[in-house]
Design a protein around this ligand. Structure first.
Ligand SMILES: [Mg+2]
Ligand SMILES: [Zn+2]
Length: 212
């Protein structure tokens, strides 16, 4: 099972600026290369989920309808480039609401896994890609491998103050894609090597038996 969790703003689309939100369609701009990354990851067989905090809805900066509209357009553009997002999870609550879905809480990660008939334990085989400390924390809290991308809100300087550091750092989602693919390749090579070892041990054992 290949599962990937992505933050939205600063990862898929350009970060709108501190304290700002993507309130309308013409403020949504893809980060260069992110559409290619989503196509590559989709072709690699990843189930991709978007997990995004959008407290601007609770604050009344934009409506949930507007968010839905922006989301629909994003999904359509991704699809037209050959990528596929399995599902999007938006937390539209205040940061002080104490909900389970606002990162660094892992409620939405759990829900996404449940939708695939998996428990939170399988998050250990998944990646979380984000541009802020709360993304890395959410991924870490769930047990995912975390990738911090430098295409969004926070940078290496911010990172120095974090208690939990990311497992990997990439320039953007396309860079993160390279890391994910490399890790996968290494894992399948290890698996193949193990399978070969088992086979040759069996052969040797069989030989021993026949020579008796
Ligand atoms: Mg972000
Ligand atoms: Zn929430």
């Amino acid at each position: 099972m290949k599962v990937l969790f992505l933050d939205r703003d600063g990862v898929i689309n350009k970060f709108p600026g501190n304290g700002k939100y993507v309130t309308k369609l013409n403020k949504f701009h893809f980060v260069p290369g992110s559409l290619d990354a989503l196509r590559i990851l989709t072709n690699e067989g990843y189930s991709i989920f978007v997990i995004s905090n959008q407290a601007g809805v609770a604050k009344g900066v934009y409506s949930s309808k507007k968010l839905e509209h922006i989301n629909r357009n994003m999904l359509r553009d991704i699809r037209s480039m050959g990528g596929r997002i399995k599902r999007t999870f938006y937390c539209m609550h205040f940061s002080h609401a104490g909900c389970e879905c606002r990162k660094p809480q892992i409620g939405s990660i759990r829900k996404a896994l449940v939708s695939m008939n998996q428990t939170i334990r399988s998050a250990q085989k998944a990646f979380f890609v984000g541009d802020t400390e709360s993304d890395i924390l959410a991924g870490h809290n769930a047990g995912c491998a975390t990738i911090f991308v430098l295409s969004g809100r926070e940078d290496r300087r911010h990172m120095r103050g974090w208690k939990i550091k990311p497992d990997f750092i990439a320039r953007d989602l396309l860079g993160a894609t390279d890391i994910i693919n490399e890790r996968n390749l290494a894992r399948s090579r290890r698996r193949k090597r193990r399978a070969l070892t088992v086979k040759s041990t069996r052969k040797r054992a069989a030989k021993k038996k026949t020579s008796k």
